[in-house]
Design a protein around this ligand. Structure first.
Ligand code: PNS
Length: 171
């Protein structure tokens, strides 16, 4: 029996997208004919970039990548998956420390939508310890993040941090 031609969602905050995220998108599109990068709108975390900015960066970085789409979502991921007809969720696992959080989410998603399969993939080893959170810390400390994020993201990150630094604080 040939494998099913599944649409997969690759969900996340992508605040900002890193080369690790792009590596995973490339790996995912080798398996899934349609891969929707799903950007969470109402994150519990206070994002640095707006959802529109995050989607724009992802679209720019994946432009011309056949089968890859970028969309924003809010609410439950399983409901968005049902709306777009996705049969799989793709998540990256870096170190052992990712497992607990990822398994909690995967089990909860399976409970709500048993037909939706979570697929874990490992990023390339260059990206094993890369995260958007650390990238933001390094950039905010004035250090380059070359080799961690695409050039366009690095430029936007520096511009965003300048914007924040020059905006007068109200408290
Ligand atoms: O990049 P992140 O922040 O680790 O991604 C987390 C994300 C967006 C995948 C997760 O927070 C999520 O799916 N949020 C949507 C709300 C939801 O469905 N919650 C239940 C998951 S168990």
């Amino acid at each position: 029996m040939p494998p099913p031609r599944l649409t997969a969602l690759y969900p996340g905050s992508f605040d900002p997208p890193t080369l690790g995220h792009l590596d995973l998108i490339e790996r995912g599109r080798r398996i899934f004919p349609r891969l929707i990068v799903a950007v969470l709108r109402n994150s519990e975390k206070e994002p640095l970039f707006t959802v529109a900015e995050r989607c724009a960066m992802l679209r720019e970085c994946t432009s011309g990548w056949e089968g890859v789409e970028v969309a924003e979502f809010s609410g439950l991921l399983v409901d968005f998956a049902a709306r777009v007809g996705a049969g799989a969720l793709l998540r990256g696992i870096r170190a052992i420390s990712d497992y607990e959080y990822e398994f909690q989410m995967a089990w909860m998603n399976r409970r709500m939508a048993p037909e939706l399969e979570t697929v874990f993939m490992m990023p390339g080893e260059d990206y094993a310890y890369l995260s958007s959170r650390l990238v933001k810390q390094v950039a905010a400390g004035g250090r380059p993040v070359t080799g961690m994020v695409p050039e366009t993201v690095e430029r936007r990150l520096q511009a965003k941090l300048r914007e924040i630094l020059t905006t007068p604080k109200t408290r």
